[in-house]
Design a protein around this ligand. Structure first.
Ligand code: PEP
Ligand code: MG
Length: 595
């Protein structure tokens, strides 16, 4: 993706189309809100050529004001803490008046017509990055000084801090270098219509949150932020992974029409809500929903979910300002289980780490965080984090049908340790006379090849299994699920992943262990048909995907699915699998094909 868009210059009055990775379907149209890599909102990237001199004068005034401020700090600090400490500010003053810095800023403003704020942000960030690359601790501290100067200049120039994106008052499309899952979770749905990022891959948790929020999104576009101005009209095509900057009238009309077509398909599919997810030959499939937040139960019920197949509880951490207490957990789980009115709720324990960090540093400086202290490994090492969650789960279970699932189980020892802790927590609750249930079903996610290989042992110790195809693909193919550089290799339809799924189905069937698939794979209608053909009878998908997947299920017979699976299992590459599935889906339910 990066190479494809690298040479594009967007700073001009013509329409530009960028290609990225589609991660959350739908079409969004609106003005761009551009965020720079460090989180400041730069309202204007460019100025008119005739305003460049005035813009440079604004920069000079800002430099003077910051200078004064630094000098005052230097004097005050020297008086209180000694001259040496005061010299910190002398060094900053020196940087601020560096002639090379001024000539670079001047060039950007006068020759490239960049706004002063934008030029400051880019140049000083580049300086800071260069210092950090020297990996000398003293110079790394200087990098912080450089960024401090940047911040002060930006404040003088009136660049508003991004913190948080909550002061929005009109609809926007967020355009950012990157967005973390928690930043995405905190986007204000009233105003943010969609987003695009330079980095990211289709399997990252940012993508998953976007789907949960039903925000059209395209990620992994490659560098484009440098050359787009805020307020430019943007179309985000989350179905095809396209972003259109400054669309002409014809394109705008085409996309408005597409949006209309989507709306009418959604309205037609909404009629399936109260019909069962049953194949044309009468096989009942359980169709559950994946959620990240309690408020999503409404979307699940509105779309006729049979239950919650995956509640990603770590989002309670990612969306709250402080670390959640046992009571916070209890309240959230109780709300979900009550609102689901007796339907089963599969609650997954914390899956923090890697791209989902909590409130305190849990695992720092890991070279390969996705292979590091994440998920169940992290929970088992931080019992003060894990225990309150387990207590809350058992307490909330008195209100309905809660089932508990451990993520990223790789070894039998981990599973046993987690189950042992659950037992101890139940005993503590019993001893303290706190209402709870200790007999809830306990399952595990199958998302590491090691777990698949050892599944005949695992099934003796769990009540159910759920395949997490997002991580299973990541760990089978050795592809970071959120890395745009290798996004094309990241395919849950890769034959190697399919073989692991098939093996899992065989072990689950022979041991009578209930099995579901809760990874994103099941939300793709073509891939869902394949899963039915492989023997899966329980799927869990984001609420937004429920109607389409139900439509696909109701349009097909199990024997058709088996034929599809038989053919697919002979193919050699993910691309062949997907082309074939698209072809079959087009023949069986053409309504679901996005042109
Ligand atoms: C998965 O890995 O497929 C899964 C469902 O879990 P997550 O996407 O939250 O890692
Ligand atoms: Mg996972």
């Amino acid at each position: 993706m990066l190479a494809r868009n690298k040479s594009i210059e967007i700073c001009r009055q013509t329409m530009v189309e960028l290609q990225g990775i589609p991660v959350s379907s739908g079409v969004a149209i609106g003005p761009a809100l551009v965020l720079d890599a460090d989180g400041y909102r730069i309202s204007r990237c460019l100025v008119a050529a005739e305003d460049a001199d005035e813009e440079y004068a604004r920069l000079t005034r800002a430099v003077d004001a910051v200078s004064e401020h630094l000098e005052a700090n230097r004097l005050e600090t020297s008086a209180v803490a000694g001259e040496q400490t005061g010299d910190i500010f002398a060094a900053q003053l020196q940087m601020l008046h560096d002639p090379r810095l001024h000539s670079e800023l001047g060039g950007r403003i006068r020759e490239q017509n960049q706004s002063a704020a934008y030029a400051v942000s880019r140049v000083l960030n580049n300086y800071a990055a260069a210092l950090r690359r020297l990996s000398n601790p003293l110079l790394a501290d200087r990098a912080e000084d450089v960024l401090d100067i940047e911040k002060q200049l930006l404040l003088q120039l009136g660049a508003v801090e991004r913190q948080p994106l909550s002061d929005l008052s009109e609809p926007v499309i967020v355009m950012s270098h990157s967005l973390t899952p928690s930043e995405t979770a905190n986007l204000d749905r009233r105003y943010v219509r969609g987003f695009c990022t330079e980095t990211g891959g289709s399997g990252g948790h940012t993508a998953i949150v976007a789907k949960g929020l039903e925000l059209p999104a395209v990620v992994g576009i490659g560098p484009f932020i440098d050359s787009i101005a805020s307020s430019t009209q943007v179309i985000v095509d989350g179905d095809r992974g396209r972003v259109i900057i400054d669309p002409d009238q014809e394109t705008l009309q085409k996309y408005e029409q597409r949006r209309e077509q989507r709306r009418s398909l959604t309205a037609r599919l909404a009629e399936l809500r109260d019909l069962p997810a049953e194949t044309a030959d009468g096989v009942r499939i359980r169709l559950n929903a994946n959620i990240e937040f309690p408020h999503e139960t409404k979307a699940c019920l509105d779309r006729g979910a049979d239950g919650i197949g995956l509640y990603r509880t770590e989002f309670l951490y990612l969306s709250s300002a402080e670390e959640p207490s046992e009571e916070d957990h209890y309240n959230a789980y109780s709300q979900v289980v009550r609102e689901m009115g007796g339907r089963p709720v599969v609650l997954r324990t914390l899956d923090l780490g890697a791209d989902k960090m909590g409130h305190r540093p849990l695992a720092e400086n890991e070279h390969n965080p996705f292979l590091g202290l994440r998920s169940i490994r992290l929970s088992l090492r931080n019992l003060d984090l894990f225990r309150p969650q387990l207590r809350a789960v058992l307490r909330a279970a008195v209100h309905g049908d809660i089932r508990l699932m451990f993520p990223l189980i790789t070894t039998i020892a981990e599973l046993r340790q987690a189950k042992m802790l659950l037992k101890v927590v139940a005993e503590d609750l019993a001893e303290a006379g706190i209402p709870h249930r200790s007999d809830i079903p306990v399952g595990m996610m199958v998302e590491v090849p090691a777990a698949v290989m050892m599944l005949d042992h695992f099934v003796r110790e769990v009540d159910f299994l759920s395949i997490g195809t997002n991580d299973l693909a990541q760990y089978t193919l050795a592809v970071d699920r959120s890395n745009e550089y290798v996004a094309e290799l990241y395919q849950s339809s890769d034959p190697s992943v399919l073989r692991l799924i098939k093996h899992t189905v065989e072990i689950a069937d022979s041991s009578n262990t209930p099995l579901s698939v809760c990874g994103e794979m099941s939300s793709n209608p073509g891939r869902a048909l394949l899963l039915l053909g492989l023997g899966i009878r329980n799927l869990s998908v984001p609420p937004s995907a429920l109607p389409r997947v139900k439509k696909a299920i109701r349009s097909v017979s199990i024997s058709q699915c088996q034929k599809i699976a038989e053919r697919v299992m002979k193919l050699e590459a993910a691309r062949d699998v997907d082309l074939y599935l698209l072809d079959r889906l087009g023949a069986i339910v053409p309504e679901l094909i996005v042109d």
